[in-house]
Design a protein around this ligand. Structure first.
Ligand code: NAP
Length: 237
């Protein structure tokens, strides 16, 4: 049996690496992003345009996937954005967009796939959080709140659907080499590197490997967990 896996934010960065791994593992992978681009160099079954900060776009995107590929068995809610600045300077838009995309969007996506998973009596949901959701980070009040919120959402949903053989987990990366961290200035990069016990950033594939494990057949008894992939930065948080 082949399982349909939806990876949001799968057009580049960590999402593209997740799409590549799940595709190689034999899942039917559909990626979603605002651009609707397929990840370059990765074979996926489909790529759709979906803005996860927009409830209607989520609804129509999920309907499109169900119609073209069938019920979604794996959701990897990976799409995320940053709008970093100190809170005193943070605009309403900075707050709203980050929370709508990272937190509300992920929750709505999970709600949208649940009915099919309950019917199938199986399912895997993985949310991409971040080490900063637990550590905090100056200049990221909006982002850290959205990522911490995903942990509460995960643990609550894991309790709701545990008996239906649906698992809900979080992967919490540290600093990963993607477009998101390319935006950091050199001083900040040096400061971050000094704090990471592993002494380096992660490659996107190292995060993807953790996701592949959690959605796979050997992780059926793991739910409500937060799996850090952070080179020791959060020391197991
Ligand atoms: P990235 O390179 O900036 O890629 C973000 C992806 O999300 C893109 O595919 C983007 O495509 C999509 N996206 C953004 N806003 C969207 C929206 N409203 N609707 C649908 N898709 C949207 O980011 P990344 O570094 O791979 O990060 C992936 C996830 O890991 C994020 O949740 C991030 O917070 C988390 N994370 C990253 C790091 C890191 O160091 N990089 C660390 C911890 C956690 P479009 O622009 O076309 O929409």
């Amino acid at each position: 049996m082949t399982t349909v896996a939806l990876v949001t934010g799968g057009s580049r960065g960590i999402g593209a690496a997740i799409a590549a791994r799940l595709s190689s593992a034999g899942y039917i992978v559909v990626v979603a992003s605002r651009s609707g681009d397929a990840p370059s160099g990765v074979e996926v079954a489909g790529s759709i345009a979906m803005d996860v900060s927009d409830p209607e776009s989520i609804e129509s995107g999920l309907a499109q996937v169900a119609e073209q590929f069938g019920a979604i068995g794996i959701l990897v809610a990976n799409a995320g954005v940053t709008r970093d600045t100190l809170l005193m300077r943070m605009s309403d838009d900075d707050i709203d967009e980050v929370l709508a995309t990272n937190l509300a969007g992920s929750i709505r996506l999970a709600r949208g796939v649940l009915r099919g998973m309950v019917r199938a009596k199986s399912g895997r949901i993985v949310f991409l959080s971040s080490v900063v959701g637990m550590l905090g980070s100056a200049g990221q009040v909006n982002y850290a709140a959205s990522k911490a919120g995903l942990i509460g959402a995960t643990r609550s949903l894991a309790r709701e659907v545990g008996s239906r053989a649906i698992t809900v987990n979080v992967v919490a990366p540290g600093f990963v080499d993607t477009d998101m961290t390319a935006a950091l200035d050199d001083d900040r990069r040096t400061e971050i590197l000094a704090a990471i016990p592993a002494g380096r950033y992660a490659a996107p594939d190292e995060v993807a490997a953790a996701v592949e494990f959690l959605v796979g057949p050997h992780a059926g008894y793991i739910t409500g967990a937060v799996l850090p992939v952070d080179g020791g930065l959060g020391m197991g948080h």
